[in-house]
Design a protein around this ligand. Sequence first.
Ligand SMILES: Nc1nc2c(ncn2[C@@H]2O[C@H](COP(=O)(O)OP(=O)(O)OP(=O)(O)O)[C@@H](O)[C@H]2O)c(=O)[nH]1
Ligand SMILES: [Mg+2]
Length: 392
Amino acid sequence: MPSRISLAGERNVAAGIAALDRSPDPVAHSVAAPAVTIVIPTLNERDNIEPLLARLSDALADIAWEVIFVDDDSQDGTAPHVRALARREPRVRCLQRIGRRGLATACMEGVLASASPYVAVMDADLQHDERLLPRMLDQLEGGEIDLVVASRYAAGGSIGDWSSGRARISGIATRLARIVCKSDIKDPLSGFFMCRREAFERAIRRMSGQGFKVLLDLLASSPEPLRVRELPYEFQERQHGESKLDTLIAWEYGLLLADKLIGHLVPVRFALFGLIGGVGLVIHLAVLWGSLDLLALEFGAAQAAATVTAMTSNFFLNNQFTYRDQRLHGLQLLRGLATFYLICGVGAVANVGVASYVFTSHHAWWMAGVAGVIVGSVWNFAMSSVFTWNRR
Ligand SMILES: Nc1nc2c(ncn2[C@@H]2O[C@H](COP(=O)(O)OP(=O)(O)OP(=O)(O)O)[C@@H](O)[C@H]2O)c(=O)[nH]1
Ligand SMILES: [Mg+2]
C-alpha cells in the first residue's frame, strides 16, 4: 500500500477542500429543520390520514414540524397512501414495518427515525386534540419541563363518552401504572405527549417496547425522574376505522408492568416461557394418564403421544402469549412448529443427560431432576427465541 498519495493526488485533495470552503453549506441552505416531529403509529387508519394532516397544518401554522407515520403494514393501504401524500408534502414521512406489530415499538422507532429536538406521539384516529401541540412545545421550550402529557384525568380533562366498563378498567389500569412510574402523574397511560428528545433517548435502551402504553414505559424507564406537566384535554370519538383494543391488550399491559417490576431480576419472556412449560407438564401428565388408563396404550406410545401433545400446546401458547408481538402465521407457523419440535427434542436429551450426570455424582434425585429441567428450559428458550420466533 502506498504510504502517501501522489503529487497530483495531493493537488486534487487540496483543491477539493478549497472548493468545500468556498461552497455554501448544503445543510444550512436546505429548508428549515423541524422543531418538532410528531410520531403517529398506524394500523389500518387510511381514512384518518388526510383529515389529520389538515388539522395538524392548521394547528401548527407557525411552527416548523414534520410527521412520521409508523405503519405496521396495514392491509387497507395506509402506507402507500401516506407516501402518495409525502410526494406532495415534504413534512410527511412514512416508516413502514413489515412482519412487525406493536404500538410502543412503532413509536420508539419513529422517534429514532427523527432528529428534532422535541418529539410528540399521538394517535391517528383524531381522538387527540392537536390544538394542544403548540402549547406543549411552548412548555418544553421554556426549559424547565422534560415531558408534557395531554391528560384525560387532569382537572378540566375528560375521557369523553366512554362506557362505564371502559372507564372503570382505565381507572384500575391507571392506579396500577402509578406503582411503577416514577412521577406523580394523573394520566400515565395517555397516548398523547411531547418530550425532549434527550429525555426519550436516555430512556430508550431500558424501555420494554411491550404493548400499547409507551408513555408509562418511558416514565418507568427513565434513569432519572422526568419533570412532567399535564395539560387537560377531552378524549374524542374515533372518526374512521376500527379500534385495535382487544382483550389481549390487557395481557400486554400486565407484561409491561411485570417487566418494570421484576424485569431486572428475570426476563419476563423467560418467566412466561417457564410458566407455559409448567402448563405443558400438566398437559403431558394428563395425556399420559389418559393414554394408559383410557386408551390402554403401551407406555412407550403413551409417553410419545404425551410428549408431542405437550410440545405442540407449548408452541401454540408461546406463540400466542410469550411471542405475541412476533406471532407466526400460515406457513411460518408450520415452519416454527417444526423448529420447536427439533429444539425441544435436543432440550430433552440435554435434560436427561445433565440429570443423569448430577444423579451419578451422588446428589439427591430431586436436585438432579431440577438441574435437568433448568438446563433443558434454558436451552429451549434460548434456541427457540433465535430459530423459531426471531427469524427477521
Ligand atoms: N404501528 C402500529 N400502530 C398501532 C398498532 N396498534 C394500534 N396502533 C395505532 O395506535 C393508535 C391507537 O390505537 P387505537 O385502536 O386507536 O386505541 P385507542 O385509542 O386506545 O382505542 P379507541 O378509543 O377504541 O380508538 C392508532 O393510531 C392505531 O392505528 C400496532 O400494532 N402498530
Ligand atoms: Mg384510538
